[in-house]
Design a protein around this ligand. Sequence first.
Ligand SMILES: Cc1cc2nc3c(=O)[nH]c(=O)nc-3n(C[C@H](O)[C@H](O)[C@H](O)COP(=O)(O)O)c2cc1C
Length: 364
Amino acid sequence: MSKEWINVADAERAATAALEPGPLGYFSGGAGDELTLAENVEAWGRWRFRPRVLVDTTATTTATELLGTPLSMPLIVAPVAFQRLAHPDGEIGMARAAAAADTLFCLSTLATTKPSELAAAVPAGRRWFQLYPFREEAVTRALVEEAVGCGFEAIVVTVDAPPAGNRERDLRTGFEIPAEVGVPSVAAAFGAERTVTVAEAFELMSPAVEWPDLAELAADSPVPVLVKGVLTAEDAELAVGHGAAGVIVSNHGGRQLDRSLATAEALSEVVDAVDGRAVILVDGGIRRGVDAAIALALGADAVLVGRPALWGLAAAGEAGARRVLELLQAELALALELCGCRAVGELGRGHVRRAPAAGVYSRP
Ligand SMILES: Cc1cc2nc3c(=O)[nH]c(=O)nc-3n(C[C@H](O)[C@H](O)[C@H](O)COP(=O)(O)O)c2cc1C
């Protein structure tokens, strides 16, 4: 079935039909009025290409390298919590889809699969671990040690939570993660599996983390540490100054602070502030290969996708997530060729400019 999808919107429609109201609201929704959620998507559409022509693109490739890891494309799978609620294939299916696409999978702290289980199930897959520091430091330490010990190649510290954003869809549906689904990190913090709301899960995380804590983590870590959730030049500068190997421009897919900047709007100032001292990734609203191409042109080294891969997983398990990644890779390859680029590194600011009039063209 997923073979018939011709774009990410097809996967979204299929997932919307497949999911129960609670998980659907949790996976697709955002915070507050969901203005940032919508604007993340719209903001990529405010850019237009300045394509170059008469370039031999017979050998154009999307292949790249990120912090020493060779990848088939600069598009990786974002950390997304509770994936077994989307489909029984869960994080293992998602990681297999990423491995099949020869790209990276980032496991959430709030995964329904332990880092060691994931590594055992998908040993060849390249993987990063996303960290929310817990109030209880021993839980954090054990998680990081487990992940690093079983081949996770970077730690992504998410800094735009806790607390959880104001997710009104979850309040309306009464969304909870049932104890039987199993969230190993939450069970470790409580001492037993228990049914929790999203807000209760975030209550376990420390709101007291500051830049010196990041510096300590980066200094002690045997693998690179990236900071996810930066939207300003000021924080990008602090991240680099405190040892981050990478900065991820993100507003958590519009799920945390509604009315925060769309990531397409925040990206350029972060690129300028970092000035090549760390890798730069961006996520939020990437639904097309052309969105990814615009992000790369604006200076990102790679993009992450959250919901697109999740919709694929929810509708058709591992095969669905794989299909979404294939579609995005094919669209990105086409965008490169039509921009006259042979490699992702050739895309630059000269390939894009702001749309002459925003909002003139609507999306299909
Ligand atoms: C259902 C859902 C759960 C998420 N869980 C996490 C998480 O556990 N940790 C994290 O750092 N980000 C989490 N995110 C944010 C994603 O990593 C990413 O920033 C966001 O989804 C990108 O926007 P997009 O969905 O428009 O691609 C989650 C996003 C969604 C949609």
